[in-house]
Design a protein around this ligand. Structure first.
Ligand code: JAH
Length: 247
């Protein structure tokens, strides 16, 4: 069985713990398809106050994460795991974390996630970082939520983590398109009806309708995805038709 080990370095271990207990990822950990170790950065401090931050050189507002506790934590993880480690830092300065990046990381045996806080980490920490990744262009209060995003997206590529019922290949982004609309019972709720085609039992028609919806939605909401999407012949035809009908 293939597994991947994540080591997470954080000042909020309870935040990580709670999130990883639930859902697909929680189940993968129970089944030992995923191994996650959470390291409290304060356990690697040496001063009486267990300080993980300090004032910025050069002045200015806010605090900066101290390098030594982070170096000590990484040394301890390295000693426990044996190399090679891949160290990830989540920050707004990173390269965009995409589905392709998640797939690539799922091939690693160990990934260390460093969660920053405050105004960021001392620049010298970057000498120990292999990749700096951003989950999107917004500022958060720390790297814990992005680290959880990375673990979730990577775990889904580990064979057996996602059940057959949520096929990884069929879902949104597997081919670079947005997903088609989904419906369940009842067929009519108030004035809102499920599209007739989905009730028709005509599976060829249903497949065509879903493709059309996925392409139309992508064109309307995320047209830039169509530059790199792996469209089949039918999807390319749908796209040309849709482009022609709304210039
Ligand atoms: C904020 C350390 N890509 C989103 C993202 C990732 C990390 C952070 N913010 C946004 C962050 C404060 C301190 C990291």
């Amino acid at each position: 069985m293939s597994t991947i080990t994540f080591d997470i370095v954080t000042i909020f271990p309870a935040m990580i713990e709670a999130a990883l207990a639930e859902g697909v990822v929680g189940r993968a950990i129970e089944r030992r398809q995923l191994d996650v170790a959470i390291h409290d950065l304060r356990n690697f401090t040496t001063d009486r106050h267990r300080s993980v931050d300090d004032v910025p050189y050069g002045g200015g507002p806010g605090m900066v994460m101290k390098p030594e506790p982070i170096f000590k934590a990484l040394d301890a993880i390295e000693a426990r795991r044996g190399q090679p480690l891949t160290v990830l830092l989540t920050s707004p300065q990173g390269t965009l974390f995409t589905q392709a990046a998640a797939e690539r990381l799922s091939g690693k045996e160990h990934v260390v996630l460093l969660c920053g806080r405050y105004e960021g980490v001392d620049e010298r920490v970057r000498s120990r970082v292999d990749e700096e990744v951003s989950i999107g262009d917004y500022v958060l209060s720390g790297g814990e939520l992005p680290a959880l995003v990375v673990i979730d997206a990577v775990a889904r590529f580990v064979p057996g983590v996602v059940g057959d019922e949520q096929s990884v290949v069929e879902e949104s982004f597997s081919r670079g398109l947005l997903d088609f609309p989904h419906y369940t019972r009842p067929a009519i709720v108030g004035a809102a009806r499920v599209p007739d085609v989905l009730l028709s039992g005509n599976h060829a028609e249903i497949r065509r309708w879903r493709k059309r919806q996925a392409v139309a939605r992508t064109l309307a909401r995320r047209p830039e995805l169509l530059e790199t999407a792996a469209l089949d012949e039918e999807e390319r035809a749908i796209l040309e038709e849709l482009k022609g009908s709304q210039p």
